[in-house]
Structure formats: C-alpha cells, structure tokens
Design a protein around this ligand. Structure first.
Ligand SMILES: Cc1cc2nc3c(=O)[nH]c(=O)nc-3n(C[C@H](O)[C@H](O)[C@H](O)COP(=O)(O)O)c2cc1C
Length: 474
C-alpha cells in the first residue's frame, strides 16, 4: 500500500492494460458521458478511459478509474476482490493520519488569478441532455473549514460552471454546516475545489466519517501515509499538493447573490429537480494547476457504474463502523447494494443466532439514526452471502412475514436531499425527511417458526455426483 496520485495510478493502469486512450476529438456535450455509459454496460472489468482531446479544450479528461474490483483494488493495492477492498476501507475507517504541510506543490506549478481566471478552459461535460449546464465537478473534492474550530471538511458535491469565474456547488451536508455558520454572520465561506485529487482523498471525501473529522486524515489512513498538503494562494485552506488543479475562492453568504444551478441527472438515475434552483455559488479567485493537467470526472446515472461501485464500499465501511460503535453484539459484516445507488439499501449480516431478541431491529435503528442513508436495512444470517443480491432476495422471500418482520419508521428522519421519491414539499436541503424500512430476514426469534436446514445434498452424494459427472456426458 502506498500513497499515489492520479498520475501514478494511471501509469499502473497502463501497465496492466487497463487504460484505454481515445485520441480522436470527443464532444463534451453528451458524447463523452455516452461513451462511458456504453462501456459500463459491458461490465466492471473494462478499462478506465483517457479522452486525450475533448472539444474546445486542451486538457485531457480521465474517467472510470474506480469501477470494478480490479481497478478499485489498485487505489490501495489490495487483493482484487470485494471482501478485501471492503475490509481495507473498514479497517482504516478510524485510522486517522494527519496530513503533512509542504511549501512547494505540483498543483501550484501554474497560477492564474483575477481576470485571467477562466473555468471554460476545462473540458467539463454536459452529462445528460436535460442537465442545466456543464459540470466541472463530479469527482472534485470540496474543501471548507469550520469557522469555530478550523477543522476542514472534504466532500464530493456536484459543481456546475456558471460563467468564467463562478460555479454552483450543491454544498449541503457537512460543508453545508460550515456555510450555515458563516452565513449567520454574513461572512463568505473560503472554498477550494480539488480537481483530480489523489485517489485516497477522493474516496475519503465520498465516505461518511462523523462531522468534525477531516477526511484528509482518513485519506492518510487509507493510503498508509500522510497526504501532502499546501496552503492555497488566495485563502488559508490546505489542499492536496499532488492534485491536478485547485479552484480557490469563496462561497457567497447571501442567497440573493447565488446563481441558478441544475437540473442534474443524479446518481439515482433521475433529475432530482426538473428546474434550475438557486444554490450556493462560489466565486473563483484563483486557479492553480500542474503542468499539463488532467481533469477527472464520471457520468452519474442508473448504474452499475463507477459511482455506485465506489459508493457501496464507502457507505458499507461507514455503516459497519456505526453498528460497532453502537456496541450491538453479533454483527459480522455489512454490504450496501450497488443498484441502490451504492447507498440506499444496506444488508447487515449477523454471526449466527442472536444472543437475544431484537438485535436485527437494533441494527436498523442504529443505522436509521445516523446518516441520511440507508433508506432500507435488511438483516440476514450468516448462511446468506451478503454480496449475493439474489440470496438476499431469497432470504426476504422465504424468511419474512411482512406484518411481523418489517419496520417502517415515521416520515421524520433525515433524508437524502436528492432522493427523487421524497415529495417536493419535503425535499431539498435543509428540509429533507424520509421514512425508512427495516426487514428482518433472519431465522430466529420468530415466535413458533422453525426453519429447517437448507435443502442440500449430503457431502457423500455431492462427491458421488462429481465422480460420475463425466460418465453422464457433461
Ligand atoms: C460523484 C459524487 C457526487 C456527489 N454529489 C453530491 C452532491 O451534489 N451533494 C451531496 O450532498 N452529496 C454528494 N455526494 C455524496 C457525498 O460526497 C457524500 O455523502 C459525502 O459523505 C459527503 O461528505 P460530508 O459528509 O463531509 O458532507 C456525491 C458523491 C459522489 C461520489
């Protein structure tokens, strides 16, 4: 395991034949994302893609670096299977390593300030025909700092180009708290968008450590060494030194000054608003970038895709940490299903017969009470492979009586502001509420119900069939 930046990762992908170069000019307006979506349809084992020439820009565009076991495993040099990848993320979820400040940084090899700032230099795609604009940030890491403690927050929030020096930022979760604190005092919020960050920073920023944890420290834990950071040129935020580019600036305090942003075709496959809305707007005071920078981004959509794959790893680690912190005995493992956008359906596996009644329900309430995801929790026994969605469905079908084993909470818990199923009147930051559902698909403590062992052949009969297999003409 070693710290790496995007260039190191690209070289490794290249070595393994997992980086496909497209040399012909590709249009940012729909064509680039359509190529990626077509590639995703062919399964998770395809290459990442470097679009060397995107229309209207001299900057290449990289996409697909985290989709599937093999490519994701290269971020941290783990074994290329989902269990090893999930274990690595989870084992390091509390392993915080502080970043190290450097004076000279590749991301500041070039400095563009004032009137020279022109965000149109980047090949930002329009990801779907109904999108309200070109999105410069689908994997950019937003950095803000808590005005009370100085602790920074890193998160991935979508970012739309408004004009040459303004972007709309869907800044709602932890950085939204920083923004709210500053706005109360009428103050701007110092802002940095980290473009093509080191992979550890990107997956830490998409992850869900508690408010008050600087994800750069989680990134250090995941990478196994401190993340080098440098102070921005026009504000005091610390940003990853080896990123490809940094957009520095501040978010305007007064919502009257904000611009319209969206709609945006989201990770769940819908446009969560059909009309543009005023959203936090960042004025960009400075662009710094490496020589020959590379832009990183990824098309959202129904999935499976890069977002749903990486989401399930990051949210599974966070959810397991919540259950462990709650001290619920007998929790073995957690998965988040990829087709739930990598966030909305969480499967919890127990180690065996619970020590007492109510443990599946304790898991559900612990998860319902922490984050805005998951909306659904399914608890299964250790005879169900929690990475096998088919077996999870099987457990639901055959071990559940809806009237007895399903909990539906009132419509009052923190919901995902982007969830397209939430009525409009209750959707959007900071109002989003949701109901949640827990399904106890375990076998135990179900009144007088006794499940027999699973239908299977005896080991002797299995051995016998193997022995005669060829004689049977297979
Ligand atoms: C590509 C991508 C785009 C995302 N866009 C948003 C977004 O626009 N708004 C949002 O609140 N979360 C978004 N998320 C999810 C957040 O990054 C994630 O919930 C993260 O934990 C938020 O960090 P925070 O808890 O520090 O706020 C996105 C995630 C990814 C991977």
């Amino acid at each position: 395991m070693a710290y790496k930046d995007i260039r190191t990762l690209m070289a490794q992908l290249e070595e393994r034949g997992l980086l496909h170069h497209i040399k012909q000019e590709i249009d940012w307006d729909g064509e680039l994302p359509a190529i990626m979506r077509h590639l995703y349809k062919q399964g998770p084992d395809g290459p990442a893609v470097l679009f060397e020439k995107v229309k209207d820009s001299s900057i290449p565009f990289l996409s697909g670096i985290m989709y599937g076991d093999e490519k994701y495993s290269m971020l941290f040099d783990t074994e290329p299977n989902i269990r090893a990848i999930a274990d690595h993320y989870h084992e390091n979820f509390h392993n915080y390593i502080k970043p190290v400040i450097v004076d000279k940084a590749p991301c500041q090899e070039n400095i563009i300030q004032g009137d020279d700032v022109d965000l149109w230099m980047f090949p930002s795609p329009k990801f779907s025909p109904e999108d309200g604009g070109r999105y410069i940030g689908t994997q950019n890491v937003t950095i803000t700092a808590d005005p009370d403690t100085g602790i920074q927050n890193c998160a991935i929030y979508r970012q739309m180009v408004i004009n040459k020096n303004r972007i709309g930022v869907n800044c709602e979760q932890h950085s939204g708290i920083h923004l709210a604190k500053n706005r109360e005092k009428g103050l701007p919020t110092p802002f940095a968008a980290v473009m093509s960050p080191p992979p550890a920073v990107m997956v830490a920023a998409a992850g869900k450590p508690p408010f008050g944890v600087d994800e750069l420290e989680l990134a250090g834990g995941l990478a196994g060494e401190p993340i080098p950071v440098v102070k921005c040129i026009t504000n005091d935020l610390l940003v990853p030194a080896d990123a490809e580019a940094i957009l520095e600036g501040y978010i305007l305090p007064n919502s009257d000054d904000w611009d319209l942003e969206g709609p945006f075709g989201e990770f769940h496959g819908h446009h969560n608003d059909m009309v543009p809305k005023k959203r936090p707007t960042a004025v960009i005071t400075c662009i710094t970038h490496r020589n020959d920078p590379i832009m990183l981004g990824t098309p959202p959509g129904v999935g499976p895709n890069e977002l749903t794959y990486s989401g399930k790893i990051e949210y599974a680690a966070a959810n397991l940490a919540i259950l462990q912190a709650a001290g619920i005995p007998g929790v073995k493992a957690v998965n988040v299903t990829e087709m739930s956008g990598g966030c909305q359906v969480c499967v919890v596996q127990l180690t065996g017969k619970p020590f007492y009644r109510g443990i599946p329900q304790a898991c559900m309430y612990a998860l319902f009470s922490h984050n805005n995801f998951p909306k659904f929790v399914v608890v299964v026994d250790d005879d169900i492979d929690l990475y096998d969605d088919g077996m999870v469905q099987w457990a639901i079908a055959h071990r559940v009586q809806p009237h007895r084993d399903i909990i539906i909470t009132p419509f009052n818990s923190w919901g995902c502001a982007l969830d397209p199923s939430i009525p409009f009147a209750h959707r959007g930051h900071p109002y989003s509420t949701t109901s949640r559902m827990g399904i106890d698909a375990t076998k135990y403590f179900k009144d007088d119900v006794v499940f027999s062992s699973l239908v299977r052949d005896t080991p002797e009969m299995e051995a016998h069939v193997k022995e005669i297999w060829k004689d049977l003409g297979f």
